[in-house]
Write a protein that binds this ligand. Structure first.
Ligand code: FE2
Length: 334
């Protein structure tokens, strides 16, 4: 017997499902009868209705206070987390249930080192320049560059003149699963540097293309070699530079993935999220909740630029991304 759609790849193996029926020793039976602790921890629940698993809603939060702390000249080197765990009800820092963003502040002449339990790390450089070190590799980065690093390995960032970055991870997802980053699991996300001049070139190409808008944004995606087939930055995160010309309106749409959007250029920009206007602020992160109808609008005189990280990877893996334009019927391409 084979499972429909999988052909011979997933065949029923006789005897596999009844392997538990093997004989147990007297010792095992004695442990079972005396082992009341394990049995006492078992909880049995008969649902009276479907979907009665209460979770706090994910709201379109603007992390203005965290931005102010990170850019305060008195802020010491280290992290300023965009942490909503109190509101989300999680026991670990989280910006959304699957993603965490932190400002990384490096005072002049100092270094910040960390080992983060994530499938991979995505950094964006808000201010300054410096160097990154991971294992025996190091490279220089500058303002508006971005880079990826492997999870579960020490990363050291240093800056002669001081710098402020933002680092995005999927640590909340790993924490929820009670897991740990295993560099040996799958192919490592090796350090990868994305320079802004190459990104700008890509954005110019996108804006030079006319015709119907098939993608949600005029963007350049950051892809690492192990995740090239999925067009992802890390196994858990999609990362992109997004843009919107002065006076431009993004087509309203929705998807099951949530987004963390960092404003990096432009003014007079706002998002509409489920009918509510959310004004953007410079260098400030915004949560776009999953499955909320949303669109961005640029009423300022300059090109809007943003750095966007989404948990699209997870929904793609589950085959449940469910992207949909909400202004008219149309088939999206990404
Ligand atoms: Fe979107």
């Amino acid at each position: 017997m084979s499972v429909m759609g999988y052909g011979a790849a997933l065949a029923y193996v006789p005897g596999m499902a009844c392997g538990w029926k093997g004989k147990r020793t007297m010792n095992e039976l004695a442990v079972e009868s005396a082992g009341g602790a394990a049995a006492s921890r078992a909880i049995y629940y008969s649902p009276q209705k479907a979907f009665d698993r209460p979770v706090a809603p994910i709201l379109p939060v603007v992390f203005a206070e965290q931005r102010a702390r990170a850019f305060d000249p008195a802020c010491p080197s280290g992290f300023v987390a965009c942490d909503l765990s109190v509101y989300l009800g999680s026991d670990w820092p989280a910006s959304t249930p699957t993603m965490l963003a932190r400002y990384v502040v490096i005072r002049a002449g100092e270094a910040v080192a960390h080992t983060l339990q994530a499938s991979g790390l995505v950094y964006y450089v808000l201010r300054g320049a410096g160097t990154a070190q991971c294992g025996d590799e190091s490279f220089a980065w500058g303002q508006r560059d971005s880079f990826c690093m492997p999870g579960g390995e020490e990363v050291a960032l240093s800056s002669e003149g001081g710098a402020i970055l933002m680092v995005f991870t999927d640590e909340p997802l790993i924490s929820y699963l009670r897991g740990r980053a295993d560099p040996a699991a799958g192919r490592r996300v090796a350090p990868a540097l994305f320079t802004f001049d190459r990104v700008e070139q890509g954005l110019r190409d996108v804006h030079g293309q006319n015709g119907e808008q098939l993608a949600a944004g005029k963007s350049v995606l950051l892809v690492t070699e192990p995740m090239a087939a999925r067009k992802l930055a890390t196994p858990g995160l999609l990362a992109s530079y997004n843009s919107l010309e002065a006076g431009g309106d993004q087509r309203p749409h929705l998807h099951c993935s949530g987004a963390l959007t960092l404003s990096i250029a432009g003014e007079g920009v706002h998002s509409q999220v489920d009918g509510v206007a959310v004004p953007w602020e410079p260098d400030t992160l915004i949560v776009t909740p999953p499955y909320a109808e949303h669109s961005h609008h640029n009423r300022g005189p300059e090109m809007m630029l943003s750095f966007v990280v989404q948990d699209t990877a997870l929904y793609t893996e589950l085959r449940t991304l469910h992207f949909e334009w909400t202004d008219q019927e149309g088939a999206p391409t990404g």
